[in-house]
Every structure is written in C-alpha cells, then in structure tokens.
Design a protein around this ligand. Sequence first.
Ligand SMILES: *Cc1c(COP(=O)(O)O)cnc(C)c1O
Length: 217
Amino acid sequence: MSISDNIIKFKKKISSKVKLIAVSKTKSIIEIKEAYDSNHKLFGENKVQEMTEKWKVLPKDIEWHMIGHLQKNKVKYIAPYVSLIHSVDSIRLLNEINKQAKKNNRIINCLIQVNISEEKSKFGLQINNLPDFFNQIIENSYESIEIIGLMGMASFTENEEKIFNEFTSLKEVFINLKGKFPRFSELSIGMSSDYKIALKQGSTMIRIGSKIFGYRN
Ligand SMILES: *Cc1c(COP(=O)(O)O)cnc(C)c1O
C-alpha cells in the first residue's frame, strides 16, 4: 500500500467529522508531498526545527500541528505559521505562546495535554491539577490564544481495557470543560495502535503516523 492509498483508506473508515492528522515526523519532503497530492492538508510533527524546515519548502496551504513537547524558547519559530499546538502543559508556555502570537498578529489555537497514562515519561498535566490550571487560564484572559480542547496519549500496552479507561477519563473531563469554554470542540486522542478505541470514546482528531507512512527507523 502506498502513502496515498493509506490516507484514502483511513478517510473512508472515519467519520467526516473526525480530522486525520498525518504524523510525518522523520519522514521526507517527498513522502509528505505524496500525502499532500492525495489531497491531504493536515500534518503533525513533534520537533520545532524539523517542522519549520518542512513548512518552508512545502505548499503553504498545509496545516501544521505541533504534537510534541514544546519548549518555551522555541515557540517563536512556529508562531508565524502553526495551526494547532496539541501539547500545552504549563502556564509559562501559554504566556509565551500568547506573546508570540500577538507579535505575529495571529490567534494561535491550543489544546491542553493531559497525562492519562501512568507512564512517567509522558508529558502533560495530571487530571487533578486541571481545575486550578483552567482557573488560571480564565484569570489570564489571553488575547491571542484560543483553547479549543484536550490532547492525551494512552499507555503503550496491549491491554485494550486499560486504554479504554484512560480515554474515558479524558472524555469525561472534556465534556465537563465544554460547558465553561465556548470554543471547546477538539479531543485529540488516538494513534496508529489505539485509534479505534479513541474513536469510540469521541475522538475528534486522530494522530496517525506509522499506519500512513510505514514504520519509523
Ligand atoms: C509519533 C506520534 C504519534 C503517531 O504515532 P504512530 O504510532 O506512528 O501513529 C501520535 N501522537 C504523538 C504525540 C506522537 O509523538
């Protein structure tokens, strides 16, 4: 199966309301161009420098999604063009995104990353800390940021029930927050190995890498 076949297959499988983010990290310009030529415009990357290099040379109607951990001092490189930052997990980072968005005369859309797995290596806020975090967001009333939802990664396990429970906990938080935040609309859950479970739990964005581009080295 080619990259474009994989994309077409995915789009047939998922509801038209769900956005497919093609995760192109480590993949070449030629491979991304093949996906683009099958009329795909949403791509996800996890490194600032790599994403920016690709943005520079690829068509400007691509929407670039930052899905990896983002350092404050690198926000300035993506602020001119990034479409959605999935990985916001601190107020300091939000302050910097707000500042850089303003400089670029843009509103930058963000998701708050929540740590729903027990794995220590994963980034994101603990569910317990979300009420305080969102109170602070309301207090800070960012002019140049729109918080439009949540992102989470389930544990890397074959235990589907565990994955299901982790996505369920995030979905519940998402529904609660929807009441307070009028623009809350996106729940970014699901990767190549667990997207089917995520779709059952109301995912609005699945982030698919290896099932589109093949395995990464
Ligand atoms: C790499 C990555 C993905 C895609 O992973 P696959 O298993 O290749 O689909 C999704 N989300 C994040 C945050 C990633 O870093």
